[in-house]
Design a protein around this ligand. Structure first.
Ligand code: NAP
Length: 285
């Protein structure tokens, strides 16, 4: 039976540490500030933004949300980003994706000052991650790394298989595991003999967006299995990309959905905001 990795507990521990760090920064006259920009009325995005604001409040980070109508032009959004780039009390800027179709996501990401890019999507930050000398890590892969660390399992020299090659999860995840000295394989929809590849994995990270896709026959006994997926099962219930019931008896460690990777993502956004404040405030710690 797998040990269940408790993302809520790991997240709570990290948030306690960060709360103390924010308090110390405030004592020294630096209040970390995050600007969250939401364009349009997408209900899921509204929930994400609300959760991010709530996390800021809990930790003592100053946050402000900018809600723009769905027909906002790209120019107007770029103007707002320019203003936030210049503001000294804003250390992190997060533009909630997806954006309405009249706005090019790549133009918006490129406009955010790289030192305020707490999502780590800007090309300069992506390049720094590839080079292994980064200030920010994208939030979900950073959260996965913390969960793997919480198991105490050493990554060095292990076979790590990442399923999924998106820019926000799969690719940066693979790069992080490479920096952690794993032997990394990236799989995607064209990969042949997927179960044969995934069965080699000591650490299997799944980010594909297909409910219960990974079954017991794809998992090496004792493996660390991290499920990034946030899907709906046949009854509309939240579930992951891993078939939890069949994989749990085989894996050594396994993240649940919900309660695994999900709680970590916002926690890592808070960490990036604190890092940005320290860098911009000249207090690198
Ligand atoms: P994405 O951009 O849709 O990428 C999915 C990846 O999975 C693609 O690289 C695709 O391959 C690959 N894939 C699809 N079907 C496959 C198959 N049958 N076999 C092997 N690979 C396959 O998704 P994403 O943004 O990375 O997100 C992945 C999942 O993580 C989603 O469920 C999302 O909701 C979840 N997520 C969760 C969090 C969180 O905080 N917990 C954060 C972000 C994402 P191709 O490149 O060949 O198409």
């Amino acid at each position: 039976m797998a040990v269940i990795i408790d993302g809520k507990a790991v997240s709570a521990r990290l948030r306690r540490e960060m709360t103390a760090e924010v308090a110390a920064l405030k004592e020294a006259g630096l209040v970390p500030g995050l600007a969250v920009v939401l364009v349009g009325e997408d209900p899921a995005s509204q929930v994400y933004v609300r959760n991010k604001m709530r996390a800021c409040e809990e930790l003592g980070i100053r946050s402000r949300d900018y809600r723009l109508p769905g027909d906002t032009t790209e120019e107007a959004l770029l103007d707002l980003i320019g203003e936030l780039n210049r503001r000294e009390d804003v250390h992190g800027i997060l533009v909630q994706l997806p954006l309405p179709k009249q706005i090019r996501e790549e133009a918006v990401i490129a406009a955010i000052a790289p030192e305020k890019d707490v999502d780590a999507f800007h090309a300069r930050n992506v390049g720094k991650i590839v080079q292994g000398s980064y200030d920010f890590l994208p939030c979900t892969p950073a959260g996965v790394l913390e969960l793997i660390r919480s198991t105490g399992v050493s990554v060095t020299g292990k076979e790590c298989v990442v399923i999924g090659r998106s820019n926000i999860v799969g690719k940066p995840m693979a790069m992080l595991m490479l920096h952690e000295n794993a032997t990394v394989t990236i799989c995607h929809s064209r990969t042949q003999n997927l179960p044969q590849v995934t069965r080699r994995a000591d650490i299997l990270i799944v980010a594909i967006g297909k409910a219960k896709f990974v079954t017991a026959d794809m998992v090496k006994p004792g493996a660390v299995v991290i499920d990034v997926g946030m899907d709906r099962d046949e009854n509309g219930k939240l579930c992951g990309d891993v078939d939890f019931a069949s994989v749990e008896p085989v894996a050594g460690y396994l993240t649940p959905v919900p309660g695994g990777v999900g709680p970590m993502t916002i926690t890592m956004l808070m960490r990036n905001t604190i890092t940005a404040a320290k860098l911009l405030g000249g207090r690198r710690g």
